[in-house]
Design a protein around this ligand. Sequence first.
Ligand code: SAM
Ligand code: SF4
Ligand code: SF4
Length: 360
Amino acid sequence: MRRRAIERGDAIVRCLRYCARVPLFDARKRPLRNLRLSVTDRCNLRCQYCMPEEEYSWLPQSGVLTFEEVVRVLRIFLSLGVEKVRLTGGEPLLRRDVEQLVGMVAKLDGLRELAMTTNGVLLADKAVALRQQGLQRITVSLDTLDPSVFRSLSRRDDLHRVLVGIEAAQRAGFDELKLDTVVIAGVNDGEIASLLRYAIDRGAELRFIEYMDVGGATHWRKDAVVSRAQILATVERTFGKTEPIARDSAPAERFRLGNGATFGVIASVTQPFCSTCDRSRLTADGVWLKCLYATKGTHLRDLLRSDMRDEQIAARIRDEWTMREDRGAELRMAMPDRQPLAQRDELKKEPHLEMHTRGG
Ligand code: SAM
Ligand code: SF4
Ligand code: SF4
């Protein structure tokens, strides 16, 4: 009798949470607020820090969530406190009719921000439609302004298309454009000042990202990482003193230059920010990962394709987030002989370990 009453009470609490969007905290008091949704594992570039291999194991198409399934699972996440959704990949603009998906997601109740990270290659053709469908922010990855470096870094000859894509996005009204640069020693660290100048001239905010040992980065070496400290020193040599801007839970630490322009540094390797991490990731086939370095995830697609009701799936997500302890980057920083998260043969067997599958 008493047990049944407790179970009923528990069900009511779950229902209230589901309906009233009570914020959900993990075991380290971090809210569930941001979701990165990978809409495809396919990519039209082969960045050396992400996809350096010749061959990959791809997710079977039949397993990829349909737009209706994406909308359903997002509605569940929004009911649990998620406010910001970022579409990513692989290359999100390769997902057929992605602008239609944007339109469907943008209409969801409770969504405060809908953003996308793209390599920009297809952006010129898509920018207007994405804006019209309700995409609010775009981040374009831009690692170099030198066509030959672009070619050797990404194994494609598409720098011009990326630059045209950036202009098109700004013309389409994405005026708070962000540019992301992974800095790699001996590859593009000589371009820190010129990339920042390029961003400032266009009113975009550049974020320098430390090269991470994530799944897929099989060529990662500690001495190829250009640290936050080195990046700041290089910026200051050209632009003068930088002033830190107060920080929130976002991964980027932001700085202001003397001329008022701002830029960011994402120091995931040398100064991880796991203690405020409110992000989780969903792969295109519905595997939910609570950390970028997690080696296992929850197969939400199986739940979505079962006879479970939304409240039951929400309860499962809630229970798992409540138990979340992950702090992958902090633990990796403490490793004496740090190596890439996964080796080539492990990645072939388990593509969910790949950065291009889980989404950056
Ligand atoms: N294809 C899109 C793009 O490149 O913008 C979106 C997906 S990509 C996986 C998302 C972000 O992850 C990109 O900004 C990319 O630079 C970053 N990334 C990939 N591998 C990385 C690594 N080893 N270290 C740091 N950032 C990485
Ligand atoms: Fe490069 Fe993004 Fe493609 Fe990875 S997913 S290879 S970072 S463009
Ligand atoms: Fe969050 Fe994991 Fe990245 Fe730390 S390593 S910031 S916990 S995703």
